[in-house]
Write a protein that binds this ligand. Structure first.
Ligand SMILES: Cc1ncc(COP(=O)(O)O)c(C=O)c1O
Length: 375
């Protein structure tokens, strides 16, 4: 169960005592973990996977070690590991532990928000178009009306229009936005949060927070202190390279978390993911390395595309959106035939191709395949 409990203190005592720690974490020897790669070999050849905005460099070595160390306690429920991660995240974000809810990926947080705050009785979901579709599907499955508000000409959320469309419901703001990799400027977002009536909930999805370096961008976690209707979601799937492990969280006021919790499955985050997430937060290199490698590969691919005459939406994330100047669906198919997998169609931008930033070598393969299919 996801509550802070006496057992956490007991757990801390156990960890503090060397002998007990050995009991909790039996020594197991395993083969050296293999480094994940976005490029994989299949019967059809080597596939370059640039379709899911994953981190090709994988989890922190500390995270991988923590997974190995926790194999021996896979027989235990993950309460204590849950609490350890919550404490670390609370410290990192300067908030109380009861302002955090962990999720089985941030996808679970999005689903919980749809279930808690939208529906036939509660009201519609207001979202940008295009944006990350998961919560739209969750809300529709919950019986809610879904209102789509087109992005502005600069691919920001049209917050005044979204606010007009909302009546005591949930507004989803994805910042940076997937699939456009664009941001909604901090002044506009602050103003919008200040103006939104309390009975209208706001979910700001910061899955790509670590990749944004524009002076016009900021996280709104600090604003949750003054706004009981604000929820901010984050994930370990992107800069922390843990997409396959499933761990995310949200920050909100305690009362808001308490409203969401009953909709959540108990112990939804597994012990390996919790151990890896906690250890990753202790790795000082994971975030700066990921940021640097992403910017270098992104710079390479965007300048190659510009040289070939293709514009991209300025990217504040680990993916780019290319204006292909023609319908993208046949191009996605043609790229697949070259063993390069790129993002799906986003109907609001039918000429744009979403491409995840992989390793430099993968981006070289991408550029040469893209030139071939667009020749
Ligand atoms: C904007 C956004 N939010 C949330 C998610 C879900 O991430 P996860 O469930 O892996 O944390 C994704 C996944 O790509 C995403 O792009």
């Amino acid at each position: 169960m996801n509550t802070m409990s006496v057992s956490r203190r007991k757990f801390a005592q156990l960890l503090g005592a060397g002998a007990a720690a050995t009991l909790v974490r039996p020594r197991l020897s395993f083969a050296k973990p293999t480094q994940p790669n976005a490029t994989s070999s299949t019967a059809g050849g080597t596939v370059v996977r640039l379709s899911a905005n994953e981190n090709p460099y994988g989890p922190s070595p500390k995270g991988l070690q923590a997974i190995t160390d926790s194999f021996g306690i896979a027989c235990r429920y993950p309460d204590e590991h849950n609490n350890v991660l919550i404490e670390k995240l609370a410290k990192l974000n300067g908030i109380n532990h009861d302002q955090i809810l962990l999720g089985d990926g941030s996808g679970e947080i999005l689903k919980l928000c749809a279930e808690t705050f939208t529906g036939q009785q509660r009201g519609p979901l207001i979202a940008a178009d295009p944006t990350f579709e998961a919560i739209l599907k969750n809300a529709a499955a919950n019986g809610a009306k879904v209102v789509k508000v087109p992005l502005t000409n600069s691919f920001a959320h049209d917050l005044p229009k979204m606010l007009t469309a909302a009546r005591g419901s949930l507004i989803y703001v994805c910042n940076p936005n997937n699939p456009t990799a664009s941001i909604t400027p901090k002044d506009e977002l602050r103003d919008f949060i200040a103006k939104t009536p309390r009975e209208t909930m706001i979910l700001v999805d910061e899955a790509y927070f670590h990749y944004a370096d524009s002076p016009d961008y900021e996280s709104v976690i600090a604003l949750t202190k003054d706004h009981p209707n604000l929820i901010v979601s984050r994930t370990f799937s992107k800069i922390y390279g843990m997409a396959g492990l499933r761990c995310g969280y949200c920050v909100a006021q305690k009362e808001t978390i308490d409203r969401m919790r009953p909709y959540q499955m108990w112990d939804s985050v597994n012990i390996m993911a919790l151990a890896a997430a906690s250890a990753s937060l202790d790795d000082p290199d994971q975030v700066p390395n990921g940021q640097r490698l992403n910017s270098e590969a992104k710079m390479f691919v965007t300048s190659e595309l510009a040289r070939a005459g293709y514009k991209t939406i300025p990217s504040q994330a680990n993916f780019i959106m290319i204006d292909c100047r023609r319908p993208v669906v046949p191009l996605i198919k043609a790229m697949k035939e070259q063993n390069v997998h790129v993002g799906r169609l986003f109907p609001a931008l039918p000429n744009h191709m979403r491409v995840t930033i992989g390793k430099k070598t993968e981006m070289e393969t991408f550029v040469s395949a893209f030139k071939q299919v667009t020749a």
